[in-house]
Design a protein around this ligand. Structure first.
Ligand code: SF4
Length: 581
């Protein structure tokens, strides 16, 4: 297994764009690093199977990667499958590149009742409705159309009384490039069959690839809440399956009694067998259809979960009021399943580690890394004299953090503060006149908080890996990253480290890949809320002495922005004087 340093190409800020790739780059001018990214990616594709493109948001990665990949694919008669995180990103990439979008069935569903069923039960309910001839839109009269958005597909479906998903499928075989969400990785065989394409003829582009890697590191293959088990028990009672109902009620009692406080532990599998759940679930589904109810079954959701467990013990997890069972997955198997078999793969991310990918895949990876494209509008400084290490979490730390937030508030600058946990957030911000993220906030609450932040001068304090740390723009001039969001020493972390040690051979390296890098990526993702492009300008303060040792592990575009000389905590008032309005 290769563990050496990966082949790395540092991209140049200014370079002439090669003639052969110009055709697929639709903009008149290139941004810093874009030309070299296109040229180098095109060349690298010829010699490397796996390429990682490390570049920050705002560089124009999509148009640059597309120009290189599309040129190469057409020359070699290959197809391109572009997977990104959300449906709105699918739309954006499709508009930018012309690749055919593939949206999920639930998003396109026109059925008044079925479209409202939760994701977990949706596919089975749709299938049952279709086979019973109870969907007025199926089969309809599907005709291929050129559509980029969900509304275009839905409008076409309404006009012809046809399921929009079926309309969408018709465009697939003729397309040479598709864009869909990462979720499709779970159904990839099915998608490729509909596309009539095989991995050996496709270049896979993983946009926001850090999510795929982070997902694998969580080791969660599937999860189900104990509430769903309770609902399945009620369903079993209602449709006369007493024995299954009793077993489910006993299972609920067992799991609830096992873990009274927040935490996680391996538990016995007390759920009925997959076959039993499937048989009674399908019967319940049929009865619901006969009674004119939506044929959605919690029993079938459980059967699905049992299939994911595949005979292994579940992990029981309690977080506040939520109690759930998780089916775990091996991180190496999960990533090899994603990356295996494609003719080429390109992983795009601001943070992913090429070295980790190379190690876990056991195949060579080439890293193309860009610097920060917008000059001095981003600055970063490490602040020493404070750490949020578990053993250092005491009253002094809480006082220091509270004092820091007070100072930031006093600057009058737009400020964002992130910290590792809600507990810390509550203790350190209690009584302060600031905006704060709350545990379990609804989407409406989050939207309200963001609009309040945009229209007021108050700092916003949030947690790493929370609702405000990703996929959201929060323009700010000051960002405080308090502590490093390393995963806590739980059963899951111990399991992950054990497995990574088996894979990479050394405990230190396992810790690097399983705990340290994901922690730094989460911190950087949070900081990225404030700096999205040339018009933003921000200083990021990294408040934790441990950042000094770890700064070399940040991606190039951020590391180059960290000032050599750290600031001492006690000098922060003078330091922040410099950023007063
Ligand atoms: S077949 Fe009917 S129920 Fe299924 S996705 Fe299409 S419109 Fe919805």
């Amino acid at each position: 297994m290769r563990q050496g340093r990966v082949k790395t190409i540092d991209l140049k800020e200014e370079e002439e764009l090669s003639e052969n790739v110009k055709k697929h780059f639709k903009h008149q001018y290139t941004r810093p690093y874009q030309s070299d990214l296109i040229n180098q990616l095109y060349t690298t594709l010829a010699s490397s199977k796996h390429v990682v493109v490390e570049a920050p948001t705002g560089l124009g990665k999509t148009s640059a990667v597309w120009a290189a990949v599309r040129t190469y694919a057409l020359e070699k008669k290959l197809k391109v499958l572009w997977l990104t995180r959300t449906a709105s990103q699918v739309r954006q990439v499709s508009a930018e590149t012309g690749a055919t979008p593939v949206y999920g069935r639930r998003l396109l569903c026109l059925h008044e009742v079925i479209s409202r069923i939760d994701q977990r039960r949706f596919n089975m309910a749709c299938r049952a409705t279709r086979s019973a001839g109870r969907c007025p839109y199926y089969p309809g009269r599907p005709k291929a159309i050129k559509a980029t958005t969900v509304s275009e597909l839905k409008d076409a479906g309404r006009k012809t009384m046809t399921c929009p998903y079926e309309i969408q499928l018709l465009s697939l075989p003729a397309s040479t490039a598709l864009v869909a969400t990462h979720r499709q990785l779970g159904l990839i065989g099915w998608l490729l069959a509909k596309w009539r394409a095989g991995r050996e003829n496709i270049i896979l582009v993983l946009d926001e690839g850090q999510h795929v890697v982070q997902d694998a590191l969580t080791m969660v293959k599937d999860s189900i809440s104990i509430k769903t088990v309770q609902k399945a028990a009620l369903e079993a009672v209602k449709y006369g399956f007493k024995d299954i109902a009793n077993r489910l009620e006993e299972a609920v009692e067992y799991y609830e009694g096992l873990l009274p406080a927040d935490g996680e532990m391996e538990a016995d599998d007390r759920l009925p067998d997959y076959e039993d759940l499937t048989v009674v679930g399908e019967e319940a589904q049929e009865k619901k259809l006969r009674e004119n109810y939506a044929p959605a079954s919690h029993l079938l959701s459980l059967a699905d979960f049992k299939a994911s467990l595949a005979g292994r013990k579940p992990l029981l997890v309690r977080e506040g009021k939520s109690l759930r069972l998780e089916a775990t997955a091996d991180p190496q198997e999960a990533l090899q399943r994603v990356y295996h078999g494609w003719v080429k793969t390109v992983t795009m991310s601001a943070t992913v580690s090429a070295e980790f990918l190379e190690t876990i895949l056991g195949e060579e990876v080439t890293l193309l890394r860009a610097g920060w494209p917008y000059g001095n509008n981003l600055r970063a400084k490490i602040v020493t004299g404070l750490t949020t290490k578990y053993e250092a979490r005491n009253e002094q730390l809480a006082d220091d953090i509270r004092w820091t937030i007070y100072l930031v508030n006093d600057t009058g600058k737009k400020s964002l503060v992130f910290m590792p946990s809600f507990e810390m957030l509550e203790v350190t911000t209690n009584g302060l006149d600031i905006l704060r993220e709350g545990k379990g906030m609804s989407q409406e609450d989050v939207d309200r908080l963001v609009s309040e932040f945009n229209s007021s001068e108050k700092p916003l304090v949030a947690v790493y890996n929370g609702r405000l740390s990703e996929g959201i723009d929060l323009s700010a001039n000051l960002v405080l990253l308090i502590g490093i969001p390393f995963s806590p020493p739980t059963t899951r972390t111990a399991k992950l480290l054990k497995r990574l040690t088996e894979i990479v051979g050394l405990e230190d390296r396992a810790r690097l890949y399983g705990v340290i890098l994901p922690g730094l990526w989460s911190a950087l993702q949070a900081a990225g809320r404030a700096i999205r492009g040339p018009e933003d300008s921000a200083t990021v303060y990294l408040l934790d002495s441990r950042y000094r040792k770890l700064m070399r592990l940040f991606p190039r575009w951020f590391r180059e922005k960290i000032e050599e000389r750290p600031v001492r905590l006690e000098d922060l008032p003078i330091e922040l004087e410099g950023v007063r309005p």
